[in-house]
Design a protein around this ligand. Structure first.
Ligand SMILES: O=C(O)CCC(=O)C(=O)O
Length: 280
C-alpha cells in the first residue's frame, strides 16, 4: 500500500513554476506547510537545537545538523510530502531518492549588519570540479522548508543569484566586501517551501535580527548519486510503504540504481498509472 493519494496530482509543477525554475533556478511556494505543521516541527527543532547547544555542537549559535530524518516522524513525513513530491518528480523524474538532508538553525549573531561577502557556492562539492560540462548538469535539487519568518532581509536569509544555475563560475567581490552582482535574499514566511537547483550560486547568511532562523533542507537526486550525509534511514525501511522506502534509498541490488526494475522504483509504477507521461 502506498501513502501517496492521487489527489496529490493537484500539486504538480505548474507551467509558471517550471518557467521560473528553468530561468531563475528556484521558486517558492507559500503555505506549503500549515501553521500547525510549522508549530509542531518548530517544537522538535527547538528541542534538537537546545540539546546540540548544550553538547557544544552549535558554535556561535549556528547549528548545521545533517541526517536528521530519523529524529522525528514529522521529519519522515515530509520525505514524500504530497504538496511537494509531485513537483520534485516533475523536475527530476522517477529514479530519485533523498540523498541528503540537513536542518540549520541560525541564532541572532548579536552583530550589526555588515557587508562581508557570504559563503557563495554551488551544491555537491567535487561534482563541480570533476564533471566536465558547461553548464554543469542539474543532478539534484533541494526543498527548503522555512519554519521561522525570514520575510525581511537581515534574518539569516537564504541568498541566491537568480539565473546563476547555468553559470559554472560567478564573479565574487575579490576584496571580500559585498555580494556578487544580482544577489538577492529570498524572503520567505514560515511555511514556505523554496525549491532550488543545486547549481544555483547560493549562501547561508548571518542573522542580524533578533529572530532565530530555522530551516529544514531536503535534497533529492538520482538514485545513482551517493548520499551526502550519513543518512542512517535504513531502520525506517520496514515501516515505510514502497514509494517512501525508495525515497529512503532502498533498492533491490546495486545495478538497480543504474538500470532499475519496477521493484526498485515503485514511484515509477505509481506514475505509470496516474501520470503516464512522466513514467517513461
Ligand atoms: O543556510 C542556508 O540558507 C544555506 C544552506 C545551504 O547553503 C545549502 O543547503 O547548501
Amino acid at each position: 500500500m502506498d501513502n501517496l493519494n492521487p489527489s496529490c496530482l493537484e500539486y504538480r509543477l505548474t507551467d509558471a513554476e517550471r518557467a521560473k525554475f528553468d530561468q531563475d533556478g528556484f521558486f517558492a511556494i507559500e503555505n506549503a506547510l500549515s501553521a500547525e505543521q510549522v508549530n509542531a516541527l518548530t517544537k522538535v527543532v527547538d528541542r534538537i537545537f537546545e540539546a546540540k547547544k548544550a553538547a557544544g555542537d552549535a558554535p556561535g549559535g549556528r547549528l548545521f545538523y545533517g541526517n536528521f530524518i530519523p529524529d522525528s516522524p514529522l521529519f519522515l513525513d515530509l520525505v514524500d510530502y504530497h504538496k511537494v513530491l509531485p513537483k520534485v518528480w516533475d523536475i527530476l523524474g522517477w529514479n530519485i531518492y533523498l540523498y541528503h538532508a540537513h536542518l540549520i538553525v541560525t541564532a541572532p549573531s548579536g552583530e550589526a549588519a555588515n557587508d562581508k561577502t557570504f559563503g557563495w557556492h554551488q551544491d555537491s562539492g567535487r561534482t563541480n570540479v570533476e564533471m566536465e560540462s558547461d553548464p554543469r548538469p542539474r543532478l539534484s535539487l533541494k526543498v527548503a522548508y522555512f519554519l521561522s519568518d525570514t520575510s525581511e532581509p537581515g534574518r539569516g536569509n537564504f541568498w541566491v543569484v537568480p539565473g546563476s544555475h547555468l553559470k559554472n563560475n560567478i564573479d565574487k567581490p575579490t576584496e571580500g566586501s559585498g555580494q556578487p552582482e544580482g544577489a538577492i535574499p529570498v524572503l520567505a514566511k514560515p511555511g514556505t517551501a523554496v525549491f532550488f537547483d543545486r547549481r544555483i550560486w547560493h549562501a547561508g547568511t548571518p542573522n542580524w535580527s533578533d529572530i532565530t532562523r530555522k530551516v529544514l533542507f531536503y535534497g533529492y537526486g538520482y538514485r545513482w548519486i551517493r548520499t551526502k550525509d550519513d543518512m542512517t534511514v535504513q531502520g525506517l525501511w520496514d515501516q515505510s510503504d514502497p514509494i517512501r522506502r525508495q525515497l529512503l534509498g532502498w533498492g533491490v541490488n546495486a545495478n538497480g540504481f543504474y538500470s532499475p526494475t519496477d521493484e526498485d522504483v515503485p514511484l515509477r509504477v505509481w506514475l505509470r498509472e496516474h501520470a503516464p507521461e512522466i513514467a517513461r
